[in-house]
Design a protein around this ligand. Structure first.
Ligand SMILES: CSCCC(=O)/C(O)=C/O
Ligand SMILES: [Fe+2]
Length: 179
């Protein structure tokens, strides 16, 4: 199957709810590619030995990996971290996440600054381009386990919006021209 994405409503209700418009307004994988968001569906049951994952890592230079389990019993400062992840932000590098178990949402801004919600579940690998405004939340199941990948030594620093003066933000916006 792979990821499913849709435009969000503007309600302030629980961030863990789907927040679909009525009627639902789906966003295609091609729409996501057009804003620099790419995804793969892999077999998460074999992530430790998966040749497909190895190939993606080789092709993109994802030399670093670690695993984060996001659940109230496993993640230190759980509430604080979830709050931080849901602040709209950007990074100076690509954000690459592979869901090994459970599910979660990434929200990204489209070219018109509208929120797109991306539903991620076991086996979904996603890359968000450096400079895109985004945020992350668990869904109502309150659990996910994800591999974090990075080119070289990881830099987790997030810059909350507004972060419009960074070169990477200009570069990202320029990359959208004509797409
Ligand atoms: C699934 S990893 C936690 C979320 C995160 O690291 C991040 O930067 C969200 O935007
Ligand atoms: Fe992020």
């Amino acid at each position: 199957m792979g990821i499913e994405a849709w435009y969000m409503d503007s309600s302030d209700e629980d961030q863990r709810k789907p927040h679909r418009l009525n009627p639902n307004q789906p966003v295609s994988l091609q729409d996501l590619k057009n804003i620099g968001v790419f995804s793969w569906k892999l077999n998460a049951d074999i992530y430790e030995t998966d040749p497909e994952l190895d190939q993606i890592r080789k092709d993109h230079g994802y030399s670093y990996t670690d695993i984060i389990t996001i659940h109230k019993d496993t993640l230190p400062n759980y509430e604080e971290k979830l709050k931080m992840f849901f602040e709209e932000h950007l990074h100076l590098d690509d954000e690459i996440r592979y869901i090994l178990d459970g599910q979660a949402y990434f929200d990204v801004r489209d070219k018109e600054d509208r929120w797109i919600r991306i539903a991620m579940s076991k086996g979904d690998l996603i890359t968000l381009p450096a400079g895109i405004y985004h945020r992350f939340t668990l869904d109502e199941t309150n659990y996910t386990k994800a591999m974090r990948l990075f080119v070289g030594e990881p830099v987790w620093k997030a810059y909350n919006r507004p972060a419009d003066d960074f070169d990477i933000r200009h570069k990202y916006l320029a990359s959208l021209q004509g797409s």
